[in-house]
Design a protein around this ligand. Structure first.
Ligand code: ASP
Length: 343
């Protein structure tokens, strides 16, 4: 008889486990045992569940790479014992964390599903129960004794997404996430429907590799009409800077002013990497399509293609941490590593 899947639930914080502080009226994270009391249904799922919690659950606005490593180590230390992992996380920075975790695990062969909610679990109209129960079902879903999902995903409001393709798009609606450049991987309705051809498959024969070196000396610079030389210069000349995610217009376009291009050239010469990503929520960077991106291509900007800003930041931090040699960096960044960008 097939063995019942064993799932590890990892609680990091977020609205899902928050309650109102009666004195101040603000939402604060409460402890995990409290949270589990609200979902007696978990006992009826066709899997066994263990749980572990951050000592101090956090609002995800306080998330950072030190916590990413903590999440990674919880999964690493339990990787052989469990069939799947569900991570409860605040929605605000969930796409950043989940993108980072996707890079930190190479050759993942088990599901890692991020979820959370817009309303606390104790709220009558909460979206937390469905999100959590279905995430656990997805993490436990198997075909011929093998997990259906073997990548880092994000589940929210009836849809399963590739995590590193997502972005938070709404602070109020239950449908808080979108994956503008890649279709959702599964959908929960009367049946749980997986779209097999869209799922990521790592090369099976390869052993899992876990990467924990993250370079934090990077910056995100979003262009806007009127941005001054002074501002661009002070951002690009930050001491110790190793990489820049430059949010450009449309298909990767930027001003052609000499001062701007000269500044970019100057920092590229110092070995600082610049990734061109689009400010548009959908579509991709095509360097050289317009006159306003020809010079960016010439001087050697890296194309982020159709990557999200969240995944671009995570990939840059990861690849810089891995100390990819300068001569290979552009080619490695422009190659999809975990399904985060088009080929
Ligand atoms: N501020 C919360 C957080 O990200 C919002 C949420 O969980 O939805 O932790």
């Amino acid at each position: 008889m097939a063995k019942t899947p064993h799932i590890l639930l990892i609680y990091t914080g977020g609205t899902i486990g928050m309650a109102k502080d009666y004195e101040t009226g603000v939402l604060k994270a409460f402890n995990f045992d409290e949270l589990l009391k609200y979902i007696p249904e978990l006992k009826h799922l066709n899997c066994t569940i263990d749980s572990v919690s951050f000592d101090e659950p956090i609002d995800s606005s306080n998330m950072n790479p030190t916590y990413w490593v903590e999440i990674t180590e919880i999964i690493e230390n339990n990787y052989e014992k469990f069939d799947g992992f569900v991570i409860l996380h605040g929605s605000d920075t969930m796409s950043y964390t989940a993108s980072a975790i996707s890079f930190m695990f190479e050759n993942l062969s088990k599901p890692v599903i991020f979820t959370g909610s817009q309303l606390p679990i104790g709220d009558l109209r909460t979206d937390a129960k469905e999100n959590m129960i279905t995430s656990i079902e997805i993490a436990a879903a198997q075909k011929n004794g093998k997990p259906i999902i073997s990548e880092v995903c994000l589940y929210f409001e009836y849809k399963l997404y590739r995590a590193n393709r997502t972005t938070k798009v709404n602070a109020e609606h239950f449908q808080a996430f979108a994956s503008p450049n890649y279709p959702h991987l599964a959908e929960s309705g009367v049946h749980l429907k997986f779209y097999d051809t869209l799922l990521y498959r790592s090369r099976k024969s390869k052993h899992i590799k876990i990467r924990k070196k993250i370079e934090e000396n990077i910056v995100l610079l979003k262009l806007f009409p009127g941005i001054t030389e002074n501002v661009v210069k002070s951002v690009l000349e930050i001491k110790g800077l190793k990489g820049v995610v430059l949010e450009t217009y449309g298909s990767g376009n930027a001003p052609t002013d000499k001062w701007f291009v000269d500044l970019l050239k100057k920092i590229l010469k110092k070995g600082i990497k610049i990734i061109d990503v689009t400010q548009c929520s959908g579509g991709e960077v095509i360097l050289g399509q317009y006159e306003t991106s020809v010079q960016l291509q010439k001087i050697g900007l890296i194309s982020g293609k159709d990557i999200t800003t969240e995944a671009a930041l995570a990939k840059l931090m990861y690849l810089l941490g891995e100390k990819i040699p300068d001569a290979e960096f552009k080619q490695v960044f422009e190659t999809p590593l975990r399904g985060e960008m088009a080929n």
